[in-house]
Design a protein around this ligand. Structure first.
Ligand code: SAM
Length: 292
C-alpha cells in the first residue's frame, strides 16, 4: 500500500499492486468530468470504485494509463466513449416495489384520474426497469380496464441499464419476495436457456417506453403533462443547486394535482417554494396548494 492525500486533505491508502497507476490528480479529474456531464458528485470514499470500474474501460480500449484515457475523452467531446464513461460511474441499485409505501399512494392517485383520456407517469431514473415496471403493475392492478390509457415514460442517463430494462428479463430471485398473485399476473417463468429467470408480461412492457434522458441537460426530450413523476434515489448524487434546477424543471411538466415521489433520504426542505409534502417523501406542487 502507498499513501496519498484525499480531497479533504486526509491520507488515503492506495493499493500499489494496481495494473494502472491512478493518482490523486487522475481521481480528481474523473470527479470533475462526471460532475460536469451527469451532475454526479463522487466523494473520496469512491476512489477504489472509480479505479476498478474505469480500469475495465482502459483494458477494453488497450489504453496504458488513466491520464491517456482521460486526455482522449477531453480531446473529443463527441466521442462515444463518454457514454461508456458515464455508464461505468453510475450506481444503479434498485428493486421491484422499492420504498413500497409509495405504491398505494400512486394507486389512489390513479383512481382519482380513472376517467382521464390519458394518464402518464415519468420515472426519470429508471435504472434496470424494476421501478417503471412496478408503476405499470400498480396501474394494471388498479385500473385494469384503463391500462391502455396509462403510459409510463422510463428514462435514465445510463444506456446499459436501459437495455436491461427494455429486455424485461430478471433473475427469479429479484421477484421471490413479491406477492405470489402479483408475480403470477405480471411475470412469465423462463424455461430452457431462461431457467431461473422471469420475464415481465408483454402487456406490461407495452405500457412502458424507455429513453435516455440526462437530468442535467438544459433541454429534456419529454413532453410533460405528467400525473406523477418518480425521481427516486438519484438526487442524492446531485448537489443542492443541481437539485433545485431539476426540481424547478419538473414543475411545469406536472399536471395540476400531480405528485412527485422522491427517495427516502431526499427531503425537499430546500425546495419549499416549489413543492410541499403530501406524505412520506411524496410532494405536490406548491402552486396547486396555494390555489386550494
Ligand atoms: C440508485 S439508482 C435509483 C433507481 C430507482 N430510481 C430506484 O429508486 O430504485 C440511480 C439511477 O440514476 C441514474 N442517474 C444518475 N445520474 C443521472 C442523470 N444525470 N440523469 C438521469 N439519470 C441519472 C443512474 O444511472 C441510476 O440508474
Amino acid at each position: 500500500m502507498s499513501t496519498a492525500l484525499s480531497p479533504n486533505g486526509t491520507a488515503a491508502q492506495q493499493p500499489t499492486d494496481r495494473e494502472f497507476s491512478f493518482t490523486q490528480a487522475d481521481f480528481e479529474r474523473v470527479c470533475r468530468l462526471i460532475y460536469a456531464r451527469a451532475g454526479i458528485r463522487l466523494n473520496a470514499s469512491k476512489e477504489n470504485m472509480v479505479y476498478s470500474r474505469l480500469a475495465r474501460r482502459l483494458r477494453a480500449l488497450g489504453q496504458s494509463s488513466f491520464s491517456a484515457y482521460l486526455d482522449g475523452l477531453e480531446r473529443n467531446p463527441a466521442s462515444p466513449e463518454w457514454q461508456e464513461f458515464v455508464n461505468a460511474l453510475t450506481t444503479n441499485l434498485t428493486a421491484f416495489f422499492r420504498e413500497a409505501h409509495h405504491f398505494p399512494i400512486l394507486a389512489d392517485l390513479l383512481r382519482t384520474r380513472r376517467n382521464e383520456p390519458e394518464i402518464t407517469i415519468w420515472c426519470c431514473a429508471a435504472s434496470t426497469g424494476e421501478e417503471p415496471y412496478s408503476i405499470a403493475m400498480t396501474a394494471l392492478d388498479t385500473l385494469p380496464t384503463a391500462a391502455s390509457r396509462v403510459r409510463v415514460l422510463a428514462t435514465d442517463i445510463d444506456t446499459r441499464v436501459l437495455e436491461v430494462a427494455r429486455a424485461g428479463v430478471y433473475d427469479a430471485e429479484r421477484v421471490a419476495q413479491l406477492d405470489p398473485g402479483l408475480r403470477q399476473r405480471h411475470f412469465l417463468r423462463g424455461r430452457g436457456a431462461y431457467e431461473g429467470k422471469v420475464r415481465v408480461k408483454p402487456e406490461l412492457q407495452a405500457m412502458v417506453t424507455f429513453r435516455r434522458v440526462n437530468l442535467l441537460d438544459e433541454r429534456w426530450d419529454v413532453r410533460g403533462g405528467f400525473d406523477a413523476i418518480f425521481c427516486r434515489n438519484v438526487m442524492i448524487y446531485f448537489d443542492k443547486p443541481t437539485q433545485l434546477r431539476v426540481l424547478g424543471k419538473f414543475l411545469p411538466l406536472l399536471k395540476p394535482g400531480g405528485l412527485l415521489f422522491v427517495g427516502h433520504s431526499e427531503s425537499l426542505h430546500h425546495a419549499r417554494d416549489l413543492f410541499v409534502p403530501r406524505g412520506k417523501t411524496v410532494y405536490a406542487r406548491a402552486i396547486d396548494e396555494r390555489r386550494i
